[in-house]
Design a binder for this molecule. Structure first.
Ligand SMILES: [Zn+2]
Ligand SMILES: [Zn+2]
Length: 146
């Protein structure tokens, strides 16, 4: 798990290098994106931001996400049946566990799992560019209330 404070500092530095001004709203978005493994949606981020900055708009969130995506500093997970979710801690492809009931997304710790795509690609003579590996199930919290 990345240390949140250093991840936020790293993002601030990269954004500044691009000439991006770090407003209090933008800083709050960076904190929400890196705070935990919840993989928030843009709407999740907006709702939380709104409690601190009632004058903020959804555009502020979408703009920040777009900039971070362009910089390859955020991983976007697209779904056909729900909103896109974002990982600001690990901006590179990795395995996700997804709960079919509550929509929780987490990064499972499993040594070797993320080496597999590289090995598969190498074996087939591919140069690995990206991959997507989602494991669907019912999370412990949902299983407990079933
Ligand atoms: Zn669940
Ligand atoms: Zn993730």
């Amino acid at each position: 798990m990345t240390d949140q404070r250093s991840r936020v500092q790293e993002l601030i530095q990269r954004l500044r290098e691009r000439g991006c001004r770090i407003t209090p709203q933008r800083l709050a978005i960076l904190h929400i994106l890196t705070r935990d493994q919840s993989h928030p949606s843009a709407e999740d981020i907006f709702k939380e931001l709104y409690t601190q900055f009632p004058t903020t708009s959804r555009a502020t969130v979408y703009k920040m996400i777009a900039v971070l995506k362009e910089m390859n500093e955020i991983l976007e997970l697209e779904f056909s049946d729900q909103s896109n979710r974002y990982d600001g801690n690990r901006p590179y492809p990795h395995t996700h566990l997804i709960c079919l009931y509550c929509g929780a997304i987490s990064d499972p710790e499993h040594a070797g799992l993320d080496d597999l795509p590289r090995e598969l690609a190498l074996h087939a003579g591919y140069e690995l560019v990206s991959y997507r590996f989602d494991v669907y199930g019912i999370c412990p919290a949902c299983r407990a209330t079933k």
